[in-house]
Design a binder for this molecule. Structure first.
Ligand SMILES: [Zn+2]
Ligand SMILES: [Zn+2]
Length: 258
């Protein structure tokens, strides 16, 4: 019991630190300090984001921090009881599986995210869960953990269940979570940093840009994928103006310079 409470407190401190670094610090850096210089990169320059949206995002992020810390503590408890298949010794399992795990987890999680996200947008479900995350129609780094508690659980399930079913190499597990955090940050950062020709290159265009998810927050319908664009393309849910919107940001830079 003592170990569980210690784990919970450690996880809350760690996740709070992550939110300060990736949410609050990046928000101050990009949206306040660098904004005058990189204003042309702003995805919704016309938007007037109101302070109470920021407060909402911070509040719901702290609910998520507490809940996801509890869920992580459950995973660590199961690990201490030998229930999970997490392992440190790389050679303990098939090496090809060892190397392919990060790629597998990302593609698996992208698919899971696309379909659970679409389900949460179902008109009968939307207002009960996902509406909280959509409070910000103009998302910022403060939005990265801003979810209804049920959505926090839904998005956490793969991290909890995968190590119960499959052998998971600890460093691959950390890498998966790190990539997820960075991708989540860029999805909500509110400024476009992907290079100019990203969406016109068929290979690079497989990966979503910041504009992709930002447009989802602005329009609500379409662009449900968070890592890759192929599910939206396959299911015909990509927002039509995506490519023009992305190009428009770089055209603004030239207008700004001329
Ligand atoms: Zn959504
Ligand atoms: Zn979002």
């Amino acid at each position: 019991m003592k170990n569980i409470s210690k784990n919970i407190l450690e996880q809350i401190s760690f996740n709070t630190l992550l939110y300060f670094a990736f949410g609050i610090f990046v928000f101050l850096l990009i949206w306040k300090i660098l904004a005058p210089k990189i204003g042309w990169r702003r995805i919704q320059p016309q938007a007037e984001t109101k302070p109470h949206f920021f407060k909402h995002d911070i509040l719901y992020s702290f609910y998520s921090i507490i809940l996801s810390s509890l869920l992580t503590a459950i995973l660590l408890f199961l690990e201490s009881k030998g229930v999970t298949k997490l392992y440190w010794n790389f050679e303990q399992h098939n090496i090809i599986w060892g190397y392919s795990q990060p790629v597998f987890f990302i593609f698996f999680y992208d698919t899971y995210f696309y379909w659970t996200h679409r389900w949460m947008h179902h008109p009968k479900i939307y207002r009960f869960i996902h509406k909280k995350h959509h409070k910000s129609t103009d998302p910022s780094p403060l939005t990265i953990f801003s979810f209804h508690p049920l959505e926090t659980v839904i998005e956490f399930i793969p991290f909890l269940v995968t190590p119960l079913i499959l052998p998971v190499y600890w460093p691959a597990f950390f890498l998966w979570q790190t990539i997820d955090l960075i991708n989540n940050l860029f999805a909500h950062i509110g400024y476009e940093f992907y290079p100019k020709n990203w969406t016109s290159n068929p290979l690079l265009n497989v990966k979503t840009t910041s504009t992709h998810h930002n447009l989802h927050h602005e329009k609500f319908v379409g662009n449900y994928g968070l890592y890759f664009t192929y599910w939206d393309k396959l299911m015909n849910t990509e927002i039509g103006e995506y490519h023009d919107k992305f190009k428009g940001i770089y055209n603004r830079r030239y207008d700004h310079q001329s």
